[in-house]
Ligand binder design. Sequence first.
Ligand SMILES: *Cc1c(COP(=O)(O)O)cnc(C)c1O
Length: 419
Amino acid sequence: MHPFDVLRAGLADLDARALTRRRRVAQTPCTPRMRLDGQRLIAFASNDYLGLASHPALVEAIAEGARRYGAGSGGSHLLGGHTRAHEQLEADLAGYAGGFATHARALSFCTGYMANMAILTALGGRGATIYSDALNHASLIDGARLSRADVRIYPHADAGALGRMMEADAVAAAQAGTADAKNAAAAGKTTGVRIIVTDAVFSMDGDIAPLTALLALAHRHQAWLVVDDAHGFGVHGDDGAGTVAALDLRSPLLVYMGTLGKAAGVAGAFVVAEAPVIEWLIQRARSYIFTTAAAPALAHAASASLALMRGDEGRMRRARLRQRIDAMRAMLLRTAWRVLDSTTAVQPVIAGQNETALRLAGTLQEQGFWVPAVRPPTVPPGTARLRLSLSAAHDMADLERLGEALRRAGAVQRPAPAP
Ligand SMILES: *Cc1c(COP(=O)(O)O)cnc(C)c1O
């Protein structure tokens, strides 16, 4: 087949299954009221949970950072691109999110995707075992694959099932003998290394991982617990330090990853862990080493964002977000749609079939709301949904209008049957 015929057939197949994705062009900053493709819409699509993405102080911080450090970093972190702005950001992050560790250190990344690649490829490797939640984010799935470790998928948020799986693996390893593992350790190989990895807040369901039980398993089996808190950092905990801090977990085995492009409203991501973990990532993580450092202005603005998130402004915004989550959830429960057990800013409305999800998104758009439809492979087949995400910046009146529109649409369109 001609290579272009392969693409044409593939694209036609996506179209036939209502899986074609389309990008909308935003003509305004990320706020709840946006102009998209020329239409004014009230947006429930962003991960800008605290409404900081267009905050004047952060816009000014980017400008100031650019005046101070220029536009680009000019190189990778190990070859001249690591600036005082990055250094300051890492110190700020360790102080903010590192309460779980004895000697916390932080490492900043261009994106969360790259941070997850770094963690799993550097800590894992051939002979290691990665235990991964069935609904983990794509970047964790890809990182696990790239690591060449054995990947074991455990049922979603099921610490009991994971415990049985790890126990069985430990018994099998003991029967196979420990000599191999000892030789491998001496040779610096990763045989016998165990990693549990999970989203803290699941990005498409909005539920929270059983982190306390997972950490107990990590201790029992001397495994790393890698927590991706992309949707919890800035949102959970009194001072917004994230889901691990909110649960008051403490352990040297925790490897905490957060992003700076969601609640923090800027761009980039970070890992916080005990100092030797960070040193290992700097030495070995290819997605850290072989890429140009993020623009220093972004690091400078991220530091400014952390100061906002930690202070009264952040506290006030988290309280506003909490009100909006509770109000929206109460309204969703009064519609005929199936909703999930989420107490976070991610509130999915399950439509089932791809076409149903697209039709519902279309109906809402006609009424001035933008709530994106999410389809496989982002979510499992048959669970296509609207991913409604809330922000502290949303107007209560807009929430009520959306709730009413969903209620009316639910009365007309056939909601998905319960699974
Ligand atoms: C968004 C997200 C990422 C990726 O972060 P980026 O900075 O956008 O690359 C990783 N994990 C989860 C759970 C996410 O939601």
